[in-house]
Write a protein that binds this ligand. Structure first.
Ligand code: SF4
Ligand code: SF4
Length: 672
């Protein structure tokens, strides 16, 4: 290439890189709008996350078809990027050979193969987007532009490389596409000069498409190419159960909760910039699937649009004091970017963030916004206000119950720790198991199993109160904080070293959230969910299965046990201990289990239209199971109701049991 060509190339390159860098810098300045947050611990673990989730594409591959097409395009582009050095170098300086890779036939072969994979990936993407048209994908021109640019990059690379090989085949012998195209061009009988002109024409088209792509990236959803490695590096390394950050009420707070975009932390803002709009979250969101106004994908993208609007002029140098910009930053998100109805539709089930391939954390953002509504405006949907008032007045969220916390065990052998402070194992019963008729049976079954195993345990009886989980999920962090501190103080009066509960919400609160308030909590107490405790008793042979169970059982993973604490296998192993059990999985299972609709305050909000528990009940019937086994009192209530409603017209009757109830029956000496 002549000097003029090199100068033009350098000008275009500098312009493209400059525009790219400017846009990326603007987005960096946008992140600085956010509040501080420390995500710089465990650097080794963070680097590993990038290797596994970005380069290894681990989460992306959770879904075979979209995962595979993404891997083809992602890895194809990485390999092509290496080859671009040789491609551009050779065009600019004929005879240029990149050390090691330059004219290596193996590298040319690899490049050819990966370029083909990129095209296969593009075809798969087009099929999915324009023929299958899944609901979760947006139909906007952005995707078409990106797919066209990618196709353009590969095709021009192939053609330019074929023309080059037609003139100088060095190194291309093993590259099938290059050899084929070179042969085709030679057959045309073109002169060296025509081949050379055509080569440079395609070389330039390729360069311009590449530069166009570079500039387009930060302005499109492909911003994730830059943001995703960072978002993955800074991802939460704790279990999902620890994702809510406590508020220190002793510090003076400007606003409680999140009202404006800059009330979020920089990491929460980085989440927004990282969204690829893949829609996986929405596909697994019970709120969206049950036709509420909430879509987890829209939630993130509406916030992102608002953030970009706020940050549009930041960094342009002339509007940092713009009143328009300031007023956007001052804008309350609730009402303008997200409605109250959307916020209260969330079940906090965590399915969205469990499946998100770029590690976006949806639930804390929702709860932070709820905190503002709850603590600054005392605004709750109907039903929830009663639960909060009941929590404040009675220490449990059930307004109408006539039962007391001693109803389920009154006159039985269960020992009240308050009278006999001599036990190290506390069975924390929880509000629902203590006060709801159906759930009392679970408390009774579990207590019976403990007795059968010879475990010396006690309960707190009337001294027990709510663990605080409903208050926290409903945004009333202050109430949660008070309840948690009272419970932590209460427990100090006893010799208790082990806390076991049948409720995943209590479990999660003790295991993950009380230690945020009392740093020594997890050293003082071993916290178990009853499924874990029962598995241990079986292992130690303190419990023995005496009878067989001949029915088909499907296990429903409670969100706060499964996704929040990664306890998926233990309950299934307990069931497998029972001879004759025929396990069957529902289609949505384990990490992708479908919420029962009871979490995040769902047990108290009034659902209109399609109900989440009815949808889950349909999934139970589809599985063909005779028995639905669960391990959560909220799930028990919601699924019992759902199964009753959906039972009509079914050819089999499905029974709903807690795992403790099944084991209580199986450890008796009669076959079922
Ligand atoms: S937590 Fe559950 S209900 Fe809420 S947005 Fe995520 S998937 Fe939807
Ligand atoms: S939040 Fe995550 S899962 Fe949802 S659309 Fe964005 S990238 Fe996809």
């Amino acid at each position: 290439m002549g000097l003029l060509g090199i100068i033009v190339f350098v000008i275009v390159l500098v312009a493209a890189v400059g525009l790219f860098a400017r846009a990326v810098y603007q987005r960096y300045l946008i992140l600085r709008l956010g509040k501080p947050e420390d995500r710089f611990d465990q650097i080794g673990e963070r680097v590993k996350s990038v290797l596994v989730y970005v380069f290894g594409q681990k989460k992306v591959l959770d879904e075979a078809y979209p995962g595979l097409l993404h891997v083809f395009i992602f890895w194809g582009f990485l390999v092509l990027a290496l080859g671009e050095l040789q491609f551009f170098g050779e065009g600019l300086f004929p005879g240029f050979v990149l050390p090691l890779l330059g004219h290596s036939p193996v590298f040319f072969l690899i490049q050819n193969v990966f370029a083909i994979l990129v095209l296969v990936g593009v075809l798969m993407a087009c099929w999915r987007r324009y023929v299958v048209k899944p609901d979760r994908l947006d139909h906007n021109p952005e995707a078409a532009i990106i797919l066209s640019l990618i196709t353009g990059v590969v095709l021009t690379l192939f053609i330019a490389d074929g023309l080059r090989a037609a003139m100088h085949p060095a190194g291309s012998e093993m590259a099938p596409v290059t050899v084929f195209l070179a042969g085709l061009f030679i057959k045309q009988g073109w002169s060296q000069s025509t081949l050379n002109t055509l080569y440079y024409a395609f070389w330039w088209i390729h360069a311009l498409i590449m530069f166009g792509f570079l500039v387009f990236i930060p302005y499109s959803k492909h911003m994730h190419l830059i943001a995703c490695p960072f978002n993955t590096f800074f991802r939460s390394l704790s279990p999902m159960g620890k994702m809510l950050q406590p508020i220190n009420f002793e510090d003076e707070q400007e606003t409680l909760g999140t009202q404006k975009i800059n009330d979020f932390t920089w990491k929460q803002l980085l989440d927004l910039l990282t969204c690829t709009q893949c829609g996986r979250c929405q596909d697994n969101c019970p709120a969206y699937l049950s036709d509420t106004p909430l879509s987890s994908k829209r939630f993130i993208n509406n916030l992102k649009d608002h953030l970009l609007e706020c940050g549009k002029e930041i960094g342009s140098g002339n509007t940092s004091n713009s009143s328009e910009n300031e007023s956007l930053l001052e804008k309350s998100l609730i009402g303008s970017v997200i409605t109250e109805e959307e916020l209260w539709s969330c079940k906090t089930c965590g399915a969205c963030q469990y499946v998100c391939p770029v590690m976006i954390e949806h639930v804390p953002k929702n709860v932070d916004l709820r905190r503002y509504l709850a603590m600054e405006e005392a605004s709750y949907p109907s039903g929830v206000d009663n639960a909060i008032r009941s929590l404040e007045d009675r220490g449990h969220p059930y307004k109408g119950t006539m039962a007391s916390r001693s109803s389920w065990y009154r006159d039985s052998w269960v020992e009240d720790l308050v009278k006999e402070n001599n036990k190290e194992v506390l069975f924390w019963v929880g509000c629902t198991a203590a006060l709801d008729d159906r759930n009392m049976k679970i408390a009774q079954a579990f207590a019976e199993l403990l007795k059968r195993s010879g475990v010396s345990f006690g309960i707190l009886g009337e001294k027990e109160s709510c663990c605080g989980d409903p208050a926290r999920r409903l945004g009333n962090e202050f109430l949660y904080d008070c309840i948690a501190r009272e419970n932590i103080e209460l427990l100090k009066n006893y010799k208790v070293k082990t806390i076991v509960t049948t409720c995943p919400h209590c479990y999660n609160t003790f295991k993950n959230e009380y230690p945020q308030i009392d740093g020594e909590f997890s050293q003082k107490y071993q916290v178990y969910h009853h499924t874990e405790y029962l598995a241990q008793l079986l292992k130690e042979k303190k419990l023995t299965v005496e009878s067989s169970f001949t029915e088909t059982i499907t296990y429903h993973d409670p969100c706060y046990l499964g996704r929040y604490n990664e306890i998926f296998d233990v309950p299934r192993e307990v069931l497998q201990n029972i001879s004759g059990v025929k396990p069957v999985e529902m289609q949505r299972t384990r990490g992708r289990s479908f919420c029962c609709g009871g979490g995040g305050g769902g047990a108290w909000t009034e659902e209109e239209g399609v109900r989440v528990n009815h949808m889950r009940a349909e999934q139970v019937f589809e599985s063909g199971a005779d028995v639905l086994c669960t391990a959560c009192p909220f799930c028990m209530t919601m699924m019992n109701d759902g199964i009753k409603v959906k039972q009509a017209g079914q050819d089999k009757v499905v029974k709903v049991y807690d795992l403790a109830e099944i084991l209580e029956i199986a450890t008796q000496k009669t076959d079922i």
